[in-house]
Design a protein around this ligand. Structure first.
Ligand SMILES: CC(C)(COP(=O)(O)OP(=O)(O)OC[C@H]1O[C@@H](n2cnc3c(N)ncnc32)[C@H](O)[C@@H]1OP(=O)(O)O)[C@@H](O)C(=O)NCCC(=O)NCCS
Length: 194
């Protein structure tokens, strides 16, 4: 029951529109997609790869949320709305993360092995943001709606825009710290072979 409780609790905590556990269970496509992913992931890990892909595609058809069976997703993750959301094979999503519709956790097409993003605990990935490559979104970081994120986002930082730039650090608009963090991110981008 732990997984279900974690998954329902986060929805009730984060979404003022959620009224009861039953309503969450019956009407939130994110819960259905994440529950189905547990079976897809089990099949994937036990080398039933084709069955796992077919199972995840079946649930994509029903929910409009595409999660590769290889993705590692903790309990207590919240996918709100979810339509058009894509989560790639080597993505990792930790507890308390929240993702909206239209989000992509995708690859660049140039990396091998771990080639999709890692989303740390409590991070917010807003609607239609595109996170590309084996980058890390730090604990409690926020990615603004429609941002395109190509480099790591430090813990408790907000990034927005295309390409995404730091606009808040610990919720504050401290220009000097923002500039330092942004310069470090740009340096890593230019050395990342993208
Ligand atoms: C980024 C976001 C999470 C806010 O994070 P925050 O840390 O509270 O940041 P703020 O609201 O203080 O905004 C910081 C700056 O970024 C700007 N900003 C906020 N969101 C932005 C976005 N998506 N794109 C571009 N700029 C944005 C603000 O205007 C502000 O600019 P300023 O520095 O010139 O004042 C939020 O604005 C956002 O994008 N939410 C979307 C959530 C979502 O997907 N909802 C869908 C519900 S169905």
């Amino acid at each position: 029951m732990g997984w279900w409780k974690d998954s329902i609790d986060i929805v009730k905590r984060q979404d003022p529109a959620a009224r009861t556990s039953l309503e969450v269970l019956l009407t939130y496509p994110g819960i259905k997609a994440l529950a189905a992913h547990r079976l897809s992931h089990f099949l994937w890990k036990h080398h039933f790869k084709l069955l796992a892909r077919m199972h995840s595609q079946f649930w994509r058809f029903l929910t409009n949320i595409e999660i590769h069976p290889g993705a590692q997703i903790a309990s207590g993750v919240f996918i709100d709305h979810g339509a058009g959301l894509v989560i790639g094979e080597t993505s990792i999503i930790e507890k308390g993360a929240m993702l909206y519709h239209g989000v992509t956790l995708g690859g660049t097409g140039k990396d091998v092995g771990k080639r999709h993003p890692t989303v740390r605990e409590g991070a917010l990935i807003s609607a239609h943001s595109q996170l590309i490559g084996p980058i890390e979104i730090g604990k409690n970081a926020k990615v603004g709606a429609a941002a395109v994120v190509l480099t790591d986002v430090p813990e408790d930082v907000t990034v927005v825009g295309v390409p995404a730039k730091v606009v808040r650090v610990h919720g504050q608009k401290d220009e000097a710290i923002i500039r330092t963090l942004q310069e470090a991110r740009e340096a890593s981008y230019h050395s990342s072979h993208l």
